[in-house]
Design a protein around this ligand. Structure first.
Ligand code: FMN
Length: 351
Protein backbone atom coordinates (compact mmCIF):
# COMPACT_ATOMS: atom_id res chain seq x y z
CA UNK A 1 0.00 0.00 0.00
CA UNK A 2 1.54 3.28 -1.10
CA UNK A 3 -0.02 6.55 -0.06
CA UNK A 4 -0.28 9.44 -2.50
CA UNK A 5 0.85 9.57 -6.11
CA UNK A 6 4.23 10.46 -7.57
CA UNK A 7 4.87 14.18 -7.34
CA UNK A 8 2.00 14.78 -4.91
CA UNK A 9 4.33 15.41 -2.00
CA UNK A 10 3.19 17.37 1.02
CA UNK A 11 3.20 21.09 0.35
CA UNK A 12 5.16 23.10 2.91
CA UNK A 13 4.42 26.39 4.54
CA UNK A 14 6.76 29.28 3.98
CA UNK A 15 6.96 32.54 2.14
CA UNK A 16 5.29 32.53 -1.28
CA UNK A 17 8.01 32.58 -3.94
CA UNK A 18 10.38 30.17 -2.17
CA UNK A 19 7.56 27.78 -1.39
CA UNK A 20 6.33 27.85 -5.01
CA UNK A 21 9.83 27.13 -6.34
CA UNK A 22 10.19 24.28 -3.84
CA UNK A 23 6.82 22.76 -4.86
CA UNK A 24 7.80 22.96 -8.55
CA UNK A 25 11.19 21.37 -7.86
CA UNK A 26 9.52 18.55 -5.88
CA UNK A 27 7.12 17.81 -8.75
CA UNK A 28 10.00 17.78 -11.25
CA UNK A 29 12.32 15.68 -9.05
CA UNK A 30 9.82 13.00 -8.12
CA UNK A 31 7.80 12.74 -11.38
CA UNK A 32 6.93 9.18 -12.44
CA UNK A 33 9.23 7.59 -15.04
CA UNK A 34 7.95 8.10 -18.58
CA UNK A 35 6.94 5.07 -20.66
CA UNK A 36 9.85 5.10 -23.12
CA UNK A 37 12.41 6.23 -20.58
CA UNK A 38 15.71 7.49 -21.97
CA UNK A 39 19.00 6.77 -20.20
CA UNK A 40 18.75 10.32 -18.79
CA UNK A 41 15.41 9.44 -17.21
CA UNK A 42 16.92 6.26 -15.75
CA UNK A 43 19.68 8.42 -14.26
CA UNK A 44 17.03 10.69 -12.71
CA UNK A 45 15.49 7.64 -11.06
CA UNK A 46 18.94 6.61 -9.81
CA UNK A 47 19.34 10.00 -8.13
CA UNK A 48 16.10 9.49 -6.19
CA UNK A 49 18.01 7.03 -3.99
CA UNK A 50 18.83 7.65 -0.35
CA UNK A 51 22.23 9.31 0.04
CA UNK A 52 24.16 10.58 3.01
CA UNK A 53 23.35 14.22 3.99
CA UNK A 54 21.69 14.45 0.54
CA UNK A 55 25.05 15.59 -0.86
CA UNK A 56 24.31 13.48 -3.97
CA UNK A 57 28.00 12.44 -4.20
CA UNK A 58 27.81 11.04 -7.73
CA UNK A 59 28.44 11.71 -11.38
CA UNK A 60 26.97 9.58 -14.16
CA UNK A 61 28.07 8.68 -17.66
CA UNK A 62 25.89 6.71 -20.03
CA UNK A 63 26.36 4.80 -23.30
CA UNK A 64 23.73 2.76 -25.12
CA UNK A 65 24.45 -0.39 -23.05
CA UNK A 66 25.87 0.85 -19.77
CA UNK A 67 25.64 3.51 -17.10
CA UNK A 68 28.60 4.29 -14.84
CA UNK A 69 28.22 5.97 -11.45
CA UNK A 70 31.41 7.70 -10.34
CA UNK A 71 32.12 9.01 -6.84
CA UNK A 72 32.06 12.83 -6.67
CA UNK A 73 34.69 13.45 -4.02
CA UNK A 74 33.94 17.18 -4.00
CA UNK A 75 30.75 16.16 -2.15
CA UNK A 76 32.43 14.18 0.61
CA UNK A 77 31.53 14.74 4.26
CA UNK A 78 34.95 14.11 5.82
CA UNK A 79 33.93 14.62 9.45
CA UNK A 80 30.98 12.23 9.69
CA UNK A 81 32.34 9.93 6.97
CA UNK A 82 36.16 10.09 6.96
CA UNK A 83 36.71 6.86 4.97
CA UNK A 84 33.89 7.56 2.44
CA UNK A 85 31.91 4.56 3.69
CA UNK A 86 28.58 6.41 3.42
CA UNK A 87 29.56 7.87 0.05
CA UNK A 88 29.99 4.39 -1.47
CA UNK A 89 26.83 3.12 0.27
CA UNK A 90 25.04 6.02 -1.47
CA UNK A 91 26.40 4.89 -4.86
CA UNK A 92 25.01 1.43 -4.10
CA UNK A 93 21.57 2.89 -3.34
CA UNK A 94 21.62 4.75 -6.67
CA UNK A 95 22.81 1.65 -8.57
CA UNK A 96 19.91 -0.34 -7.18
CA UNK A 97 17.32 2.27 -8.15
CA UNK A 98 18.80 2.41 -11.64
CA UNK A 99 18.75 -1.40 -11.97
CA UNK A 100 15.11 -1.63 -10.87
CA UNK A 101 14.07 1.21 -13.19
CA UNK A 102 15.99 -0.33 -16.12
CA UNK A 103 14.24 -3.65 -15.54
CA UNK A 104 10.88 -1.85 -15.67
CA UNK A 105 11.84 -0.53 -19.11
CA UNK A 106 13.08 -3.83 -20.56
CA UNK A 107 16.78 -3.84 -19.61
CA UNK A 108 18.41 -6.39 -17.32
CA UNK A 109 21.13 -4.74 -15.22
CA UNK A 110 24.40 -6.26 -13.99
CA UNK A 111 26.25 -4.23 -11.37
CA UNK A 112 30.04 -4.34 -10.86
CA UNK A 113 32.27 -2.24 -8.62
CA UNK A 114 35.80 -1.12 -9.51
CA UNK A 115 36.95 -1.88 -5.98
CA UNK A 116 40.66 -1.77 -6.83
CA UNK A 117 40.25 1.61 -8.57
CA UNK A 118 38.16 4.63 -7.60
CA UNK A 119 35.14 2.55 -6.63
CA UNK A 120 33.03 3.54 -9.63
CA UNK A 121 29.96 1.37 -10.17
CA UNK A 122 29.27 0.06 -13.68
CA UNK A 123 25.77 -1.05 -14.62
CA UNK A 124 25.70 -3.11 -17.82
CA UNK A 125 22.28 -3.16 -19.51
CA UNK A 126 20.98 -5.85 -21.86
CA UNK A 127 17.53 -6.38 -23.40
CA UNK A 128 15.09 -8.37 -21.24
CA UNK A 129 11.32 -8.57 -20.69
CA UNK A 130 10.05 -5.39 -19.00
CA UNK A 131 8.89 -5.91 -15.39
CA UNK A 132 7.31 -3.13 -13.31
CA UNK A 133 7.75 -4.55 -9.83
CA UNK A 134 6.29 -3.14 -6.58
CA UNK A 135 9.83 -1.93 -5.78
CA UNK A 136 9.85 0.05 -9.04
CA UNK A 137 6.47 1.63 -8.25
CA UNK A 138 7.81 2.62 -4.81
CA UNK A 139 10.86 4.56 -6.14
CA UNK A 140 9.14 7.99 -6.35
CA UNK A 141 7.25 7.39 -3.09
CA UNK A 142 10.22 6.44 -0.87
CA UNK A 143 11.59 8.88 1.65
CA UNK A 144 13.51 8.81 4.91
CA UNK A 145 10.80 9.69 7.42
CA UNK A 146 12.45 11.29 10.47
CA UNK A 147 9.35 11.62 12.65
CA UNK A 148 7.89 9.76 15.61
CA UNK A 149 6.09 6.61 14.45
CA UNK A 150 2.85 5.22 15.90
CA UNK A 151 4.24 2.17 17.71
CA UNK A 152 2.25 -0.43 15.75
CA UNK A 153 4.01 -3.74 15.16
CA UNK A 154 4.82 -4.83 11.59
CA UNK A 155 3.06 -8.15 10.88
CA UNK A 156 5.35 -11.20 10.60
CA UNK A 157 4.49 -11.68 6.89
CA UNK A 158 5.64 -8.17 6.10
CA UNK A 159 8.82 -8.56 8.17
CA UNK A 160 9.60 -11.62 6.06
CA UNK A 161 8.99 -9.60 2.86
CA UNK A 162 11.41 -6.90 4.06
CA UNK A 163 14.11 -9.48 4.77
CA UNK A 164 13.51 -11.17 1.44
CA UNK A 165 13.68 -7.89 -0.51
CA UNK A 166 16.92 -6.88 1.22
CA UNK A 167 18.67 -10.10 0.22
CA UNK A 168 21.75 -9.10 -1.77
CA UNK A 169 24.88 -11.24 -2.13
CA UNK A 170 27.43 -10.43 0.55
CA UNK A 171 25.11 -8.56 2.95
CA UNK A 172 23.45 -9.78 6.16
CA UNK A 173 20.47 -7.97 7.65
CA UNK A 174 19.89 -8.31 11.40
CA UNK A 175 16.25 -7.61 12.27
CA UNK A 176 15.60 -6.43 15.83
CA UNK A 177 12.01 -6.21 17.13
CA UNK A 178 12.48 -7.28 20.75
CA UNK A 179 11.91 -4.13 22.88
CA UNK A 180 14.87 -4.85 25.19
CA UNK A 181 17.24 -5.21 22.23
CA UNK A 182 15.80 -2.04 20.66
CA UNK A 183 16.58 -0.17 23.90
CA UNK A 184 20.13 -1.54 23.72
CA UNK A 185 20.47 -0.06 20.20
CA UNK A 186 18.99 3.21 21.48
CA UNK A 187 21.77 3.36 24.08
CA UNK A 188 24.37 3.15 21.27
CA UNK A 189 22.49 5.82 19.29
CA UNK A 190 22.54 8.13 22.33
CA UNK A 191 26.24 7.43 23.00
CA UNK A 192 27.16 8.19 19.37
CA UNK A 193 24.86 11.19 19.09
CA UNK A 194 26.24 12.76 22.26
CA UNK A 195 29.79 12.59 20.89
CA UNK A 196 28.73 13.97 17.51
CA UNK A 197 26.69 16.90 18.86
CA UNK A 198 29.54 17.82 21.20
CA UNK A 199 32.05 17.87 18.30
CA UNK A 200 32.17 21.39 16.77
CA UNK A 201 33.56 19.98 13.48
CA UNK A 202 30.56 17.62 13.16
CA UNK A 203 28.11 20.47 13.84
CA UNK A 204 29.89 22.78 11.36
CA UNK A 205 29.76 20.14 8.61
CA UNK A 206 26.10 19.40 9.29
CA UNK A 207 25.26 23.13 9.27
CA UNK A 208 26.87 23.44 5.80
CA UNK A 209 24.45 20.84 4.45
CA UNK A 210 21.29 22.13 6.17
CA UNK A 211 18.80 24.01 4.02
CA UNK A 212 16.85 26.29 6.33
CA UNK A 213 13.88 27.23 4.13
CA UNK A 214 12.04 26.19 0.98
CA UNK A 215 13.72 28.84 -1.18
CA UNK A 216 17.23 27.80 -0.13
CA UNK A 217 16.37 24.10 -0.66
CA UNK A 218 14.93 24.88 -4.12
CA UNK A 219 18.02 26.89 -5.05
CA UNK A 220 20.62 24.20 -4.26
CA UNK A 221 18.36 21.14 -4.69
CA UNK A 222 20.63 19.23 -2.33
CA UNK A 223 21.26 19.05 1.42
CA UNK A 224 18.95 18.50 4.36
CA UNK A 225 15.84 20.66 4.27
CA UNK A 226 14.90 21.36 7.89
CA UNK A 227 11.14 20.98 7.29
CA UNK A 228 11.72 17.46 5.93
CA UNK A 229 12.94 16.51 9.43
CA UNK A 230 10.08 18.30 11.18
CA UNK A 231 12.25 21.29 12.16
CA UNK A 232 11.36 24.99 11.81
CA UNK A 233 12.26 27.05 8.75
CA UNK A 234 14.15 30.36 9.05
CA UNK A 235 16.07 32.73 6.78
CA UNK A 236 19.30 30.92 5.80
CA UNK A 237 21.62 33.50 7.43
CA UNK A 238 19.73 33.22 10.70
CA UNK A 239 19.65 29.43 10.63
CA UNK A 240 23.42 29.21 10.05
CA UNK A 241 24.01 31.58 12.94
CA UNK A 242 21.60 30.07 15.44
CA UNK A 243 21.67 26.33 14.67
CA UNK A 244 25.07 25.57 16.28
CA UNK A 245 23.82 27.22 19.50
CA UNK A 246 20.42 25.53 19.75
CA UNK A 247 21.53 22.06 18.57
CA UNK A 248 22.04 20.24 21.86
CA UNK A 249 22.80 16.65 22.84
CA UNK A 250 19.99 16.68 25.42
CA UNK A 251 17.13 17.59 23.10
CA UNK A 252 18.48 15.50 20.21
CA UNK A 253 18.82 12.46 22.46
CA UNK A 254 15.25 12.95 23.69
CA UNK A 255 14.10 13.06 20.09
CA UNK A 256 15.92 9.76 19.33
CA UNK A 257 14.43 8.14 22.45
CA UNK A 258 10.94 9.03 21.23
CA UNK A 259 11.68 7.99 17.67
CA UNK A 260 13.11 4.57 18.52
CA UNK A 261 10.53 3.81 21.20
CA UNK A 262 7.75 4.56 18.68
CA UNK A 263 9.30 2.37 15.96
CA UNK A 264 8.27 -1.22 15.26
CA UNK A 265 11.78 -2.49 14.72
CA UNK A 266 15.36 -1.85 13.72
CA UNK A 267 17.33 -3.36 10.84
CA UNK A 268 21.13 -3.47 10.86
CA UNK A 269 22.91 -4.01 7.54
CA UNK A 270 26.28 -5.78 7.71
CA UNK A 271 28.35 -6.40 4.56
CA UNK A 272 30.60 -9.46 4.63
CA UNK A 273 33.49 -7.64 2.93
CA UNK A 274 34.85 -4.37 4.26
CA UNK A 275 35.76 -1.85 1.53
CA UNK A 276 34.11 -0.21 -1.45
CA UNK A 277 32.50 -3.36 -2.92
CA UNK A 278 30.97 -4.30 0.44
CA UNK A 279 29.74 -0.76 1.08
CA UNK A 280 28.08 -0.57 -2.36
CA UNK A 281 26.43 -3.96 -1.66
CA UNK A 282 25.13 -2.68 1.71
CA UNK A 283 23.62 0.34 -0.09
CA UNK A 284 21.91 -1.89 -2.64
CA UNK A 285 20.46 -4.04 0.12
CA UNK A 286 19.22 -1.02 2.10
CA UNK A 287 17.62 0.58 -0.96
CA UNK A 288 15.71 -2.63 -1.71
CA UNK A 289 14.60 -2.81 1.93
CA UNK A 290 13.41 0.81 1.85
CA UNK A 291 11.49 0.33 -1.41
CA UNK A 292 9.81 -2.84 -0.14
CA UNK A 293 8.93 -1.04 3.08
CA UNK A 294 7.44 1.83 1.07
CA UNK A 295 5.41 -0.64 -1.02
CA UNK A 296 3.99 -2.05 2.23
CA UNK A 297 3.17 1.38 3.71
CA UNK A 298 6.06 1.07 6.20
CA UNK A 299 8.29 4.12 6.88
CA UNK A 300 11.98 4.05 7.71
CA UNK A 301 14.80 6.34 8.80
CA UNK A 302 18.49 5.92 9.54
CA UNK A 303 19.84 6.10 13.08
CA UNK A 304 23.48 5.62 12.09
CA UNK A 305 25.23 7.11 15.11
CA UNK A 306 26.33 3.64 16.36
CA UNK A 307 28.24 3.01 13.10
CA UNK A 308 29.58 6.54 12.59
CA UNK A 309 31.57 7.05 15.79
CA UNK A 310 34.51 4.57 15.71
CA UNK A 311 34.65 3.89 19.48
CA UNK A 312 30.89 3.31 19.67
CA UNK A 313 31.01 1.22 16.48
CA UNK A 314 33.49 -1.21 18.05
CA UNK A 315 31.20 -1.72 21.06
CA UNK A 316 28.12 -2.02 18.86
CA UNK A 317 29.88 -4.60 16.64
CA UNK A 318 30.76 -6.65 19.73
CA UNK A 319 27.14 -6.44 20.94
CA UNK A 320 25.88 -7.66 17.55
CA UNK A 321 28.38 -10.53 17.79
CA UNK A 322 29.05 -10.79 14.05
CA UNK A 323 32.76 -10.00 14.22
CA UNK A 324 32.39 -7.52 11.34
CA UNK A 325 31.85 -3.81 10.85
CA UNK A 326 28.12 -2.97 10.93
CA UNK A 327 27.29 -0.63 8.03
CA UNK A 328 23.82 0.88 8.54
CA UNK A 329 21.21 1.13 11.29
CA UNK A 330 17.61 1.78 10.24
CA UNK A 331 14.40 2.05 12.26
CA UNK A 332 11.03 1.30 10.71
CA UNK A 333 7.34 1.57 11.52
CA UNK A 334 4.22 3.53 10.62
CA UNK A 335 3.76 7.30 10.25
CA UNK A 336 2.32 9.88 7.86
CA UNK A 337 4.68 11.17 5.16
CA UNK A 338 6.96 14.16 5.70
CA UNK A 339 7.92 16.78 3.05
CA UNK A 340 10.21 15.31 0.37
CA UNK A 341 13.85 16.19 -0.19
CA UNK A 342 15.09 17.48 -3.54
CA UNK A 343 17.64 16.32 -6.13
CA UNK A 344 19.78 18.27 -8.60
CA UNK A 345 18.69 18.10 -12.26
CA UNK A 346 20.16 15.27 -14.35
CA UNK A 347 22.19 17.74 -16.45
CA UNK A 348 24.10 18.72 -13.30
CA UNK A 349 25.17 15.15 -12.49
CA UNK A 350 26.23 13.97 -15.96
CA UNK A 351 30.02 13.75 -16.35
C1 FMN B 1 24.79 5.95 3.84
C2 FMN B 1 23.68 6.84 4.35
C3 FMN B 1 23.73 7.33 5.64
C4 FMN B 1 22.68 8.11 6.14
N1 FMN B 1 22.71 8.49 7.45
C5 FMN B 1 21.65 9.16 7.96
C6 FMN B 1 21.57 9.42 9.36
O1 FMN B 1 22.44 9.03 10.15
N2 FMN B 1 20.50 10.11 9.83
C7 FMN B 1 19.49 10.51 9.00
O2 FMN B 1 18.53 11.12 9.48
N3 FMN B 1 19.52 10.24 7.67
C8 FMN B 1 20.57 9.56 7.14
N4 FMN B 1 20.59 9.25 5.81
C9 FMN B 1 19.44 9.64 4.95
C10 FMN B 1 19.74 10.79 4.03
O3 FMN B 1 19.93 11.98 4.77
C11 FMN B 1 18.61 10.91 3.00
O4 FMN B 1 18.61 9.77 2.20
C12 FMN B 1 18.76 12.16 2.15
O5 FMN B 1 18.63 13.31 2.93
C13 FMN B 1 17.72 12.20 1.03
O6 FMN B 1 16.43 12.16 1.56
P1 FMN B 1 15.38 11.03 1.13
O7 FMN B 1 16.05 9.71 1.35
O8 FMN B 1 14.20 11.23 2.03
O9 FMN B 1 15.06 11.24 -0.31
C14 FMN B 1 21.61 8.47 5.29
C15 FMN B 1 21.57 7.98 3.97
C16 FMN B 1 22.59 7.15 3.51
C17 FMN B 1 22.50 6.58 2.12
Amino acid sequence: MVSGAAGLALPVAGCGAGRDRWNEAVAETWAALSAGASLGELVRYATLAANSHNTQPWRFSATENAVTIMPDLSRRTPVVDPDDHHLFVSLGCAAENLSIAAEARGRRATVTVDAAGDGRVAIALEPAPAAETPLFVAIPERQCTRSDYDGRAVPADDLAKLEEAARVDGVDVVMIADPARMVAVLDYVVAGNTRQVEDPAFVAELTEWLRFNAGQAAETRDGLYTAASGNPTTPAWLGRLVFPWVFSAGSENDRYRRQIRSSSGIAVFVARAEGKAGWVAAGRSYQRFALQATALGIRNAFVNQPVEVPAVRAEFAAWLGLGRRPDLVVRFGYAPPMPKSLRRPVADVMA
